[in-house]
Write a protein that binds this ligand. Sequence first.
Ligand code: ADP
Ligand code: MG
Length: 384
Amino acid sequence: MLGVALIQVATAIAGVYFGSKAAMAFGRDLRRGVFRQVTSFSAKDVNVFGAPTLITRGTNDVQQVQMLMLMGLNFMVATPIMCIGGIIMALREDLNLSWLVWVSVPVLIVVVGYLVVRLMPLFRSMQTKIDRLNGVLREQIIGIRVVRAFVREPHEAERFGAANKDLTDVSLKIGALFVLMFPAIGMILHVSTAAVLWFGGQRVDAGEMQVGQLTAFLQYLLQILMAVMMGTFMAMMIPRASVCADRIGEVLDVEPSIHEALTPVAPAEKAGRIEFRNVSFAYPGAEAPVLSDISFTAEPGQTVAIIGSTGAGKSSLLALLPRLYDAASGRCCSTASRSPTWTGQKSPSASPWCRSGRTCSRGPSSTTCASASPTPRTSSSGTP
Ligand SMILES: Nc1ncnc2c1ncn2[C@@H]1O[C@H](COP(=O)(O)OP(=O)(O)O)[C@@H](O)[C@H]1O
Ligand SMILES: [Mg+2]
């Protein structure tokens, strides 16, 4: 028996070790997946979600799923074995008392199920509130100079307070349900124990059962209920983790709006030339384009001034350069090649534009640049 106990200890340690390793590796891979996906997003894709929620999804949400994985791997195997083994052994001890098992276990499942169903929407809302808190804090840190310059500290403190209170309120509601959970489980355990002693005691009195059998039955019933309770702890983690998994899935399912070319073209000569030809661009959902029909060329070493009033679209034009957005029409290209022998090989030093076939012009045609044509909104000039 001592030997079996030692083997059990060794296998338990090994189980926890490998379970933890697998869960942590899963978390690492998931985080890496989210990170890679988000870094492949265009500014438009990032705007669809918002930076704060992407941060929460890549950190807190992944951690919740990872925790469920950890608990699952460590307890998922042990719990059903304990439960089913306990039921078989209890039935072998005394069939007449078996109804106690069939009553107490479903009652426990119904109570826990009810609480879990109520927890689910609260957890979903909690993740949103964390996003919101992240967002407010992020804006405040980014805009700290403006906040101080315009003495907006009280207003910002109020905004943060409101977001913080929202999160606290949801956490309190969740806490209230958790507070119910433990007494409910304890009550079911203790009422079951009392019932076993009551009905079992009568059978012992009548000489239909041994005291030893009664004690063994009680042990098995408690083991079954403990297993159900462990399953419950897992069940408690499932709602939150499933909400988080959905949110992570939403990020991973997005097809980035800027595609990498399957066969990127590397210019033979890196001339450092920037060329815009009849480029138009509108922000998603905007009524009017912010840039329309922009054409100019900036040769290497040349200084080009883009002049316009606030809101004319200067920053938007620059955002097209690193392909934070793709132009709606026209062609923009950097490092235009003067050679027709562009390779189909991916080159790590290639300009970001040239990773895509969509905005990168290929071949000798890209050497011909349209002349500068100022538009009503943005004026551009090819000379310093
Ligand atoms: N991310 C965005 N989403 C939607 N509209 C935007 C966005 N950024 C800027 N705009 C709008 O595009 C126009 C041009 O903005 P911007 O390029 O920042 O001008 P500038 O840098 O010349 O002041 C403005 O009307 C602005 O409101
Ligand atoms: Mg600007």
